[in-house]
Design a protein around this ligand. Structure first.
Ligand code: ZN
Length: 451
């Protein structure tokens, strides 16, 4: 910027930015916002009562901070789920409490129940076939024992040094050699195999009604990774009670069973399916732009829903709190282009909320969105800066001319001009493995789980 030629309009805008920066950095409320989301509401499973409370609160805050048209937008989802208590104990041949929690969208026990534990190997569809006729009324101990790592081996937590944090912050140029991808290569065949086995198990559970299914956590050191069943449809049968237990305790019970000892457990899980309101809700609000922008819009988004495993601090409480802080700092201002903020639901189940939003846009409304920035897990080393690269998605710069590439001609991005299109040939591999939520990509099909 040439500061020798002062522009009075620019000066006044810089003053606003400066004031807002002071507001943001010196009087930040971001930690208060994060605490409200995570301590007060906790896990914000799509369509759960906690999610709805968090969405209502966010809407109210956006309105209070001076954003216009703060509202909830519904989309058809299915039934919600929540649980109030989970108590699990081994009661024979000795007594000890289990560190256990239920998987989402599975049934409670309707009071305390006791059952004998059956060790179950379910690595293949043939394994599941061999279980037929044996599981009714049993507590199934499903999985394989594994070696556990101590904290010193980086088993669960890792504290990054300042230098490592600096390196994480470096933006990797898409396509550059050695670019850091967020996830390793996916073994598709193994994924499909596991899915088939799970489908066979689900059928067996539904047919023979075991008392409960207990699996070891994928995480060590008593950290539970839960996941959930996908029984969202109103009126569907409720899947059998399914718990995830601390891996070390799962191993212990498996060793007792290997010694031919009878093991009995007592379970008391209070869980509920919510079928009175089957909508998902996105929260949307905006800073209206001036007339100069001719209806153009910049969109910012983050997903307000979280998994059930924890209070959704990092994924994506961090992104939501950051956007709400921006809203608080900028509320009441009038940018040139409208700034619309969206807080999605259904993201953890497959980008459903943002997909529904995008699908409902007219071509004209989609064209008006100059850029969409999605903010997810900014407090995580798993985060990365990327450009959505599926056909039809808006994007950054591409070195290849769209006219000589496979760029989608009808995509909103290509209509905006050659500089705004990735072609599939030179798409960046580092961003291809995982893409952020894109409300502007009609080609994205919901259904794949995102974490
Ligand atoms: Zn996320």
């Amino acid at each position: 910027m040439d500061l020798t030629h002062r522009d009075p309009v620019l000066d006044s805008e810089l003053t606003v930015v400066s004031d807002r920066e002071i507001q943001g950095f010196r009087r930040s409320k971001v930690m208060e916002t994060a605490a409200q989301l995570t301590d007060v509401y906790g896990p914000r499973l799509t369509a759960s009562p906690q999610y709805k409370k968090a969405a209502d609160w966010a809407r109210q805050q956006l309105e209070t901070w001076g954003l216009a048209n703060a509202h909830l937008e519904s989309w058809p989802f299915g039934r919600g789920w929540s649980f109030e208590r989970c108590s699990a104990h081994v009661v024979s041949p000795m007594s000890f409490p289990l560190v256990a929690l239920p998987k989402a969208w599975t049934a409670g026990t309707n009071g305390p129940v006791r059952g004998k534990v059956l060790r179950v190997k379910a690595e293949s569809e043939a394994d599941v076939e061999a279980l037929k006729g044996k599981v009714a009324g049993m507590v199934l101990w499903v999985g394989q024992p594994r070696e556990l790592k101590g904290p010193e081996d980086g088993g669960v937590f890792k504290r990054y040094t300042e230098k490592q944090l600096d390196e994480i912050e470096q933006y990797q140029i898409p396509g550059a050699r050695g670019g850091r991808g967020p996830m390793g290569p996916v073994d598709r065949e193994a994924f499909i195999r596991r899915r088939r086995v799970q489908q066979a198990l689900d059928k067996l559970y539904a047919a023979e009604a075991p008392l409960a299914v207990v699996e070891p956590s994928e995480r060590d050191a008593n950290v539970l990774r839960l996941g959930g069943a996908r029984s969202y449809k109103k009126g569907d049968a409720q899947p059998v009670t399914q718990l995830v237990v601390s891996a070390s305790q799962w191993n212990r019970v498996a060793r007792l069973l290997d010694r031919k000892m009878d093991v009995e457990v007592e379970l008391d899980v209070k869980a509920a399916f919510h079928e009175d309101d089957t909508n998902g809700y996105n929260v949307v609000a905006e800073l209206p732009g001036s007339d100069k922008a001719k209806g153009e819009m910049v969109m910012l988004g983050a997903h307000l829903d979280s998994v059930i495993d924890g209070p959704g601090i990092n994924d994506d409480g961090s992104g939501v709190a950051a956007l709400l802080e921006i809203a608080r700092a900028l509320g009441g201002t009038h940018p040139q282009a409208t700034v619309r903020m969206a807080f999605w639901s259904g993201e953890e189940l497959g980008l459903h909320g943002s997909f529904r939003y995008a699908a409902a846009l007219s071509a004209e409304q989609a064209r008006a969105i100059l850029v969409y920035a999605n903010v997810d897990m900014i407090a995580s080393p798993n985060g990365f800066a990327g450009v959505y690269d599926e056909p039809g998605a808006p994007a950054g710069s591409c070195r290849r001319s769209p006219s000589s590439s496979s760029a989608t001609p009808s995509s909103p991005s290509s209509r905006r001009g050659p500089a705004a299109t990735w072609c599939r040939t030179c798409r960046p591999r580092s961003t291809a493995r995982r893409s952020p939520t894109s409300p502007s990509c009609p080609s994205r099909t919901p259904g794949s789980p995102a974490r």
